[in-house]
Design a protein around this ligand. Sequence first.
Ligand code: HAM
Length: 431
Amino acid sequence: MPLKYPRAKGTHDLFPGAASWEEDSHRCHYLEDIFRGVSNLYGYSEIRTPVFEPTELFTRSIGEATDIVSKEMYTLVTKGGDSLTLRPESTAPVLRAYVQNSLYASGGVSKLFYCASHFRYERAQKGRYRQHEQLGVEALGADDPALDAEVIALALAFFRRIGIHNLTLKLNSVGSLESRAAYLVALKEFVLPHLPEFSGEGQARFETNPLRLLDTKNARELEILSSAPHLSAYLTDEERLHHETLIGYLTDAGVDFEPDPFLVRGFDYYTKTAFEIQSPDLGAQNALGGGGRYNKLVEQIGGPPTPGIGFGLGVERALIALQALAVEMPPPPCPTAFIIIQGQSARPVGIKLLSDLRAAGIAAETDYGSRSMKAQMRAADKAHARYALILGDDEVAQNVIQLKNLYDSWQHTIPLAEAVEWLSSDGPPAR
Ligand code: HAM
């Protein structure tokens, strides 16, 4: 039957037990919990920013000529005439919040993490959605390569904890706005004689955003670019030293990486370090996460000169990789007790016990709708409850309840008044 109101293309519903792991609410929550834990371990605290921001924040910081700004933003004009955009990424909003709330005033490095939805009008396919979840961090206030190493280590620690070990870390330095400008002159000079061989998109990038020429997947363009000048030759001594020091820290920590002189990423704000974490277990959308330094962005957004670095990791892509690898995850929490109620006089007593158990912090469930005993037992099994508490009119008459351990089928008749105590963590009452 055709759906009357299907969800918008490129979006998901998340619900318990979904067959595709990226749609499973429990698995998504589990990744967020691990990410919170790892972020706390590294000294990062949570920041939440609005889902929409003034459009100009994104156009100015991400760059007018980027794919995100030129093609992918969900922008709306309010009744008051303001242009607002659903956040396509969180770096600019986090920096806006950092400036607006004077977080720099406390001095030192502000270390922030987020779990947030992002919106990009992309060609939807497996691993590429119009609404996606990112786990990210931004560390603001130091231009120290040790901070770059920390941010990269945090991302890798997260993937290790969730069980993704087969990763490629691609690393590059994209220099400063100035060194990049000098490089772009050389790159354009190199490409110009070959330009007729470039695709329409390549030719457009040549005009509007030549650095993005390096990001092509077109075989002929890659062949031509294989002998193009490298940005590394245009870095200043200070930028080169930063990069070499970072490489030293990564090497000392035993972190494997692949230098990738073509890694430029789709944002204009990056300076110096740029990195991407890829998984061979994903298909075309193999980037599990990416990030880099943005030493001019806080200033551009109207704050004091403040260097920073961060990353974003895609939750859906991590879940797709975990499913491909069949990595085990802890099951969702199960109720301790499942109350099975049979008979009219048992009903209010069972409902009261349900509320007493929950008030005592014991996860308890029941089956609504007065179904047969067999159906209720099946529901208790399906919920993976540890105990069934069986209450019929006879038990109510005698003030008792049947306590059945569903894991090993052991069964006792116990006084109704002691049921909460039996199931509390302290165990059954002393005799
Ligand atoms: P990004 O590379 O655009 O970076 O996104 C980060 C990650 O989010 C990607 O590697 C990918 O795993 C996931 N992702 C991005 N777009 C989609 C999509 N349409 N569908 C599914 N997953 C997606 C940023 O957004 C930067 N703000 C990261 C950053 C933070 N740089 C510095 N600080």
